[in-house]
Ligand binder design. Structure first.
Ligand code: ZN
Length: 63
């Protein structure tokens, strides 16, 4: 599936970086909801929210 690069404000280097799909490490579930995990150009581990935590995910959670 195709995914376009997106911009992300890195919390480590404090810069807005263009993140490419090839940088993505995977998807993680956190207290903030579902996030994309990736490594910034500066080497810092970052996350990008995919899905708000307050959204109902009963169907997914039951799987
Ligand atoms: Zn960075």
């Amino acid at each position: 599936m195709g995914m376009s690069p997106f911009t992300h404000h890195c919390t480590a280097c404090e810069r807005v970086q263009l993140i490419f799909p090839t940088q993505l490490a995977g998807v993680a579930e956190t207290d903030q909801g579902v996030v994309l995990a990736f490594t910034c150009w500066c080497g810092a581990a970052q996350t990008y929210p995919l899905q708000p935590a307050d959204r109902r995910t009963d169907d997914v959670a039951a799987a």
